[in-house]
Design a protein around this ligand. Structure first.
Ligand code: ATP
Ligand code: SF4
Ligand code: MG
Length: 391
């Protein structure tokens, strides 16, 4: 596993700080990992016929590894269908992983039963993408935000109503609106209700699945600012899922970029935004709006051609090769492993951008090492393949 998250003393990249939250606004995330995800995967079976035999599998998530330190915000970014929600739902144990491991606060929770998970539900919470469908329209705000107390049978000092009203105040809503129904609120306010519900049991880790993508741009910033303020106040750790890099830029300490079920790059915010190494990250970044017109002119806009391939039958080796303008023969034959190419900055590409000299050789060595370890490299054919490609 390439564990860049658990490292202490991450690289201080001597490049300008991208705009967004200043790192000094809150304590540095501690070195301790709160969450570790190791080679996690989910293959959804596709069945056919009367006997519903499995004929194929949707490789929604195909071996992702990352860790999240206490107090940090990790962004999980990628195009629609790349497996972000599936990853989040597996971490929450709302979906059974097909393989891999999830370790939360040092405990392997991958195969805990729902009963064993119950006490952990207090610590692990999820904010859902759609503030319209994630709130029960027949319940009052009081009942919605108070539900976690009732489900977990938790007594509060001054009663559930008081606790709920405090939560509403914390997320910037009027506590007097306790008896109102979701349809009486705007999208942004509904997302605040969802956030209040998430905070009820003082969780340690929140998986926020596209918390602002259903909201107007003007409201998005308010909700992101609220998440930031709550993190400072309540010492929260976030995994923030988004499909573009502009949303996570403001709030994330580190960002993991996903493509078709795999992580292709992880780096701290500065490294990722100023010196992206994977061509896919570069393409995603080129679509992020730049407020300064001078910067806009200088930047090259990369338009990815072709559709995202079908996860039922992903391209072999580098999954991005069907859309990559740098693809060469090796990209179609040898899967590039995630390699640490700068301190705390890992990427999976045979020909990375902005990488130090010798990166291509480093990736080739890591791929050969992996194949050897997996047994594939034991065959003469496997070794010859790499030699023939002169990498
Ligand atoms: N229950 C399921 N059965 C079969 N396939 C599924 C199931 N859930 C998700 N998938 C497939 O898995 C892939 C990843 O889906 P997922 O929802 O995790 O993507 P995502 O990155 O969250 O996308 P989006 O940005 O659109 O929310 C998609 O191809 C999706 O169609
Ligand atoms: S490995 Fe090859 S195809 Fe894949 S991203 Fe790198 S250059 Fe492009
Ligand atoms: Mg999703």
């Amino acid at each position: 596993m390439t564990d860049v998250g658990a490292k202490k003393g991450e690289a201080i990249v001597s490049t300008p700080q991208p705009e967004g939250r200043t790192q000094s606004a809150r304590p540095e995330p501690s070195g301790e990992p709160l969450l570790q995800v190791e080679n996690l995967g989910k293959h959804f079976p596709v069945t056919a016929g009367l006997l519903r035999r499995q004929v194929a599998a949707v490789k929604a998530v195909d071996g992702v590894s990352f860790s999240v330190r206490k107090g940090e915000t990790l962004g999980l970014v990628g195009e629609s269908g790349c497996g972000k929600t599936t990853t989040g739902r597996m971490i929450m144990r709302l979906l059974e992983p097909s393989f891999g491991r999830i370790v939360f606060e040092g405990t392997d929770i991958t195969h805990l039963s729902q009963r064993q998970m119950r006490p952990l539900r207090r610590d692990l919470q999820m904010i859902f993408q759609d503030p319209y469908s994630s709130l029960n329209p027949r319940q009052t705000v009081g009942a919605i935000v108070g539900a976690p107390f009732r489900l977990q049978k938790i007594q509060t000092e001054h009663g559930v109503k008081k606790a709920v009203q405090e939560l509403l105040e914390l997320v910037g809503l009027n506590p007097e609106h306790y008896n109102r129904y979701p349809h009486e609120f705007s999208g942004g306010q509904r997302q605040r209700i969802g956030i209040a519900r998430t905070l009820a049991l003082k969780p340690k880790l929140i998986i926020a699945d596209e918390p602002v993508s259903a909201l107007d741009v003007s409201i998005q910033a308010q909700v992101i600012n609220l998440l930031e303020d709550l993190q400072d106040e309540l010492d929260l750790t976030y995994v923030l899922i988004a499909h573009d890099l502009s949303v996570v830029r403001h709030i994330c300490d580190r960002v993991a970029v996903m493509y078709l079920g795999k992580i292709v790059e992880i780096a701290d915010r500065t490294g990722l935004y100023t010196t992206p190494m994977h061509p896919y990250t570069k393409a995603l970044l080129s679509a992020v709006p730049i407020p300064d017109p001078a910067g806009r002119e200088k930047r090259e806009r990369i338009r990815l051609t072709g559709d995202v391939p079908n996860p039922l039958d992903p391209p072999p080796a580098c999954r991005f090769h069907t859309r990559c303008w740098k693809a060469q023969a090796i990209c179609k034959q040898v899967e590039p492993p995630l390699v640490e190419l700068a301190p705390g900055h890992v990427a999976a590409c045979h020909f990375p951008e902005n990488a130090p000299e010798g990166a291509t050789e480093l990736v080739a060595r890591a791929a050969a090492e992996r194949d050897r370890a997996a047994g594939a490299g034991k065959t003469e054919e496997g070794k010859g393949r790499l030699r023939k490609l002169k990498v």
